[in-house]
Ligand binder design. Structure first.
Ligand code: F6P
Length: 353
């Protein structure tokens, strides 16, 4: 057991429903273990600016069902600099913070690893609606965002049916198509276009034309924002080539808000408690992951490498520097992830019409 005086908790990057449940779990688990908790406001920017408050259990009361993050969030460029990092470390020392739980995406984890190498114990928790952190099967906020999306698409379909239209709906996800694939499957989209899987535009158009000729009135196409500069042009091409009147809808930030689903509240709570437990065991520079329905931890450097490998960003030179057994493990995780993604995409294709 490592002796902690105080730990800090922060949320960073894009907010995600369920972050509050994680903050609550971190706070209450630490307090129960006899360790004080600093709620750090505004992510790493707030850490550098010493914007924080000593939390009691009451500070996190009633937040498990609230969207957004009570700790607020930010993306900080200054924190990535040596000067910014020095400021953050000085603030930690001044406030007797020996450990930090950082909730966010891959940028948040890079910050956590930097703090860890400078003596502050850190644990990351994946929180982003995008589900784009390759080391974990699940990121907090993903389920809520997708439930918001399917509710909205179901409404859009109603009006498509009345007017005999097609609606091309663009959803978030940054460069990942996970939101698009699962919501497209769940709403019976006639086509799903994402950045990371080749899209057969010709057969999508043909499907719409044939279905219209057979009397179908409503069509939904789901496009991931990661398929850049595509959705609006595709909307025009559908109308021009099928004669089906078409509209484009970008759902936008409505996907980031709202009360978290049960899945997000439970996962966030499990991950929050687990993160504190790991800190108390003296572990650092790790990220909490969900793998095959279990909550596990992974070294942050390893997790970031899995991510780079999955996204095709790792050069052969970089690969050569990684121990072969580690590279094999990374590849295994990537293959599993890609297989799951393709399964969902193919099921959507098979069941859409
Ligand atoms: O990472 C979450 C996310 O909502 C992405 O899906 C989207 O690309 C991005 O953040 C939007 O960022 P911002 O809130 O800064 O506009």
């Amino acid at each position: 057991m490592t002796e902690f005086r105080r730990i800090g908790v922060l949320t960073s990057g894009g907010d995600a429903p369920g972050m509050n449940a994680a903050v609550r779990a971190v706070t209450r688990s630490a307090l129960l273990g006899g360790v004080e908790v600093m709620g750090i406001y505004g992510g790493y920017q707030g850490l550098m600016e010493d914007d924080m408050k000593l939390f009691t259990s009451k500070d996190v009361a009633g937040i498990v069902s609230h969207g957004g993050t009570i700790l607020y969030s930010a993306r900080s460029e200054e924190f990535k600099t040596e000067a910014g990092m020095a400021k953050a470390i000085a603030v930690c020392r001044k406030n007797h913070i020996d450990g930090i739980v950082a909730i966010g995406g891959d940028g948040t984890f890079r910050g956590a690893t930097d703090l860890s190498t400078r003596g502050i114990k850190t644990v990351g928790i994946p929180g982003t609606i995008d589900n784009d952190i390759s080391s974990t099967d699940y990121t907090i906020g993903f389920d809520t965002a997708m439930n918001t999306v399917i509710q909205l698409i179901d409404k859009i379909r109603d009006t498509c049916e009345s007017h005999a239209r097609c609606d091309v709906v663009e959803v978030m996800g940054r460069n990942a198509g996970d939101i698009a694939i699962q919501t497209g499957l769940a709403t019976g989209a006639v086509a799903i276009a994402v950045g990371e899987i080749p899209f057969d535009e010709k057969s999508a158009i043909e499907r719409i034309r044939n279905a219209r000729n057979n009397g179908k009135r409503n069509f939904i196409v789901v496009v991931a924002e990661g398929k850049k500069n595509f959705a609006e042009g595709f909307t025009e091409r559908i109308e021009a080539q099928t004669g089906v009147e078409s509209r484009f809808t970008r759902l936008g930030h409505v996907q980031r808000g709202g009360s978290p689903t049960l899945r997000d509240r439970v996962t966030a709570s499990l991950m929050g408690e687990y993160a504190v437990d790991k800190l108390f065991q003296g572990m650092s520079d790790i990220v909490v992951c969900e793998r095959n329905s279990n909550i596990v931890s992974m070294n942050i450097g390893f997790a970031l490498n899995v991510d780079r490998l999955f996204k095709g960003k790792m050069t052969d030179e970089e690969k050569a520097k990684i121990a072969p057994e580690d590279l094999a493990k990374m590849e295994e995780i990537c293959i599993e992830r890609q297989t799951k993604k393709m399964q969902l995409y193919n099921t959507a294709k098979i069941t859409c019409l």
